[in-house]
Write a protein that binds this ligand. Structure first.
Ligand code: SAM
Length: 372
């Protein structure tokens, strides 16, 4: 029998507990510059900013976001992998950095990002022993294959995101270990799964995405993960209860309401009872942050804010006929939702283990759900 739909309470003990836990994962400085620099190789949004972005609100937003980020860059995974780099390897690396790379290296001094750079730049420059020590390797998707970044500092994958997923699953009571079965849903060319697979060689990782070229590249270059091309709508070709955990970075932030809910139901089919999913959505904070960045679709953001206040959900499609890197789907665009909208729709199958508002790069909210 369906559970009665409960109103969402922002003072719910579980949420309060989640907020308190944030204290464990705060890294108060350096994140903004990390992401700005990391993302230099991304597509630009293009277009001209419309006036009217509320910069003061956005500034508050950025501070809140930095204080609540789950991307600490210094969790166990990062510390372990970066701790395998020797002084000799670091010295060798400094000989090989280009002047621009050296500038980035110097600007990251004293932050947890510099040890990450020792790994990614070290792989990029083939510093002897780094690939062997970390289990990572330098295969890099070419510019015409989808990836969140195509720059030297992204070589080997994204240690920061892998670390965040690893920490969140551990806190949710579903730590990745030998025999754990994990899906990266919407994995693109595998930047996160490749790092988790290197760190947890005894676990099984699947990665899926409808982007054919990204999956083809990953299948050829990242044998440590089992990749397959997934459809725009469920199901995927995996058995019921065959996963302990899944994660999806910047995926539910793009689904219109119906496919978003269908895909959460599909995750509930795939994930065993007690298992967990980590995923991100756009919320109020995303609207403020994106408006302040002057994204080309600022006008649509005003409508999104209105929709959020009135119905708790908003969707528009800025990708048009060409789709998102060739993935064409009218129901794949920019989605914004409130916890009040989502929770009553999913609570028969999931409970919320943690909700971190604006925890991803000052933009997306982060959810950890456990399968009932
Ligand atoms: C913003 S990217 C994030 C990629 C990856 N999660 C990461 O963090 O590197 C969004 C990804 O979602 C993929 N995507 C598009 N439609 C999808 C769908 N129906 N199901 C799963 N992924 C989808 C895109 O192809 C793209 O790779």
């Amino acid at each position: 029998m369906a559970r009665p739909q409960l109103p969402f309470r922002t003072d719910h003990p579980k949420l309060m507990q989640a907020r308190e836990r944030l204290a464990d994962v705060v890294y108060p400085g350096g994140l903004q510059s990390y992401f700005r620099l990391y993302q230099q190789g991304r597509r630009a949004d293009g277009g001209v900013a419309e006036p009217g972005a509320d910069l003061e609100l956005a500034a508050v937003a950025q501070r809140t976001a930095a204080a609540s980020s789950v991307l600490t860059l210094d969790g166990p995974l990062v510390r372990d992998l970066t701790g395998r780099i020797t002084d000799e390897q670091r010295a060798e690396l400094l000989e090989r950095l280009t002047p621009d790379q050296r500038g980035l290296w110097d600007s990251a001094a004293g932050t947890p990002y510099q040890p990450i750079l020792a790994v990614t730049f070290g792989l990029f420059h083939d510093v002897p022993g780094i690939a062997e020590a970390t289990g990572l390797h330098k295969a890099m998707p070419p510019a015409d294959v989808h990836a969140m970044a195509h720059v030297a500092q992204a070589t080997g994958g994204d240690l920061g995101y892998a670390d965040a997923v690893d920490q969140l699953l551990t806190k949710a009571g579903v730590p990745i270990g030998d025999g754990t079965r994990v899906l990266d849903f919407g994995c693109s060319s595998g930047r996160v799964a490749r790092v988790l697979a290197a760190y947890h060689p005894g676990a099984t990782f699947h990665g899926c995405d409808p982007n054919g070229p990204a999956i083809a590249w990953a299948q050829e270059h990242l044998p440590e993960v089992s990749f397959f091309q997934s459809p725009q709508r469920p199901p995927v070709d995996l058995p019921d209860g065959s996963l302990d955990a899944a994660y999806a970075i910047s995926i539910w932030s793009h689904f219109n309401a119906e496919p978003g809910l269908l895909w959460l139901a599909e995750m509930a089919r795939l994930i065993r009872s007690g298992g967990a999913i980590v995923f991100s959505t756009h919320g109020f904070q995303s609207i403020a942050t994106r408006a302040a960045r002057g994204e080309s679709w600022s006008g649509a953001l005003v409508q999104a804010a209105d929709d959020m206040y009135t119905s708790g959900f908003s969707f528009f499609n800025p990708f048009g006929e060409d789709g998102d890197w060739g993935v064409v789907d009218a129901d794949w665009g920019m989605a914004f939702l409130t916890p009040e909208w989502l929770m009553p729709r999913i609570q028969d199958e999931w409970f919320v283990d943690a909700f971190h508002p604006a925890a991803l790069e000052g933009d997306q909210d982060l959810w950890v759900l456990r399968r009932r």
